[in-house]
Design a protein around this ligand. Sequence first.
Ligand SMILES: Cc1cc2nc3c(=O)[nH]c(=O)nc-3n(C[C@H](O)[C@H](O)[C@H](O)COP(=O)(O)OP(=O)(O)OC[C@H]3O[C@@H](n4cnc5c(N)ncnc54)[C@H](O)[C@@H]3O)c2cc1C
Length: 306
Amino acid sequence: MSVLRTLLIRAGDSRVLQRQVTSRTLNRRIAKRFVAGETLDDGLAVTRRLVAQGKTVTLDYLGESVTDAAEARAAAKACLEALDRIGAERLPAGLSVKPTQMGLKVSAELCAELLSEVAAASGRVGQHLTLDMEGSDVTEATVALVERLRGAGHADVGCAVQSYLRRTWADIERLSEAGASLRLCKGAYAEPESVAYQSRGEVDIAYAEAATYLLQHGTYPRIATHDDVLIEHVKRTARRLGKGPDDFEFQMLYGVRVSLQDALVADGWRLRVYVPFGHEWYPYFMRRLAERPANLLFFLRALRDT
Ligand SMILES: Cc1cc2nc3c(=O)[nH]c(=O)nc-3n(C[C@H](O)[C@H](O)[C@H](O)COP(=O)(O)OP(=O)(O)OC[C@H]3O[C@@H](n4cnc5c(N)ncnc54)[C@H](O)[C@@H]3O)c2cc1C
């Protein structure tokens, strides 16, 4: 993992920098490249536009690592409100939720209770709920939450799995056996060598192998990547296994490789866009900068030109 990437991800954890960056209107405008806006109305407006283009959506009410129960309850309330609006408008849009936003680091019981309310509401509007996968300190807890929610009857709940983690193959087998639909991504956090592959080659090989396994044995795989080589691998493997566009979906982030998103839809593939909204965009934005150095240049140029 490059030093710059690690530094940007670590800067994304800083509350002091967060306050400085998010208080400036200009920065908020720049962040809009990756974030729908600060309100649910902004998220829904982008959702309607993407749906009109033949895409589906997973909405993310931004926030993570909350430190008190009141914050966690407020986040759950915002998710319930989003699901109400999705249901009322019959939009093909589910939710992505971070367990640490629902208070996982405050109390595992509180987190399970809040996620259970969100999962029930998500089920009522007929949408899939995905638990985002965060840092490796909460991977086991997140996998256990999926098992617990599914065990309590919330059948349409799954999570993301990260190909950079050494443990992921075992998680994929464990959750696939339980019938959970999984989102496969590479992983966006700074992880040590002891738990994660560090080279791009190893991460990509693990991704390709996991995608093949999910297409063969998984439940409706959600292939989250903007990587041309892996997308071609998935299309080829699907054809070889006799799987069609209805058997899985591609997923990409709002504002990233939009022409590739359009091309997949034009070719008849299913594409779901991850659409974040809310005030807490700073850590999410920093992870997007870390993924591609050119994004950092874009950010610095925009600052210089004002
Ligand atoms: C729908 C979705 C959900 C995700 N959920 C999670 C999650 O729950 N947990 C988690 O850890 N990670 C998550 N991620 C992030 C993921 O782990 C990667 O960090 C991110 O997708 C970049 O990896 P890549 O597969 O696109 O491949 P890369 O090799 O990083 O990128 C391939 C190409 O895509 C383009 N690209 C990639 N990222 C960007 C960017 N930010 N800006 C501009 N261009 C870019 C570049 O052209 C690059 O060459 C998610 C990603 C997606 C698409």
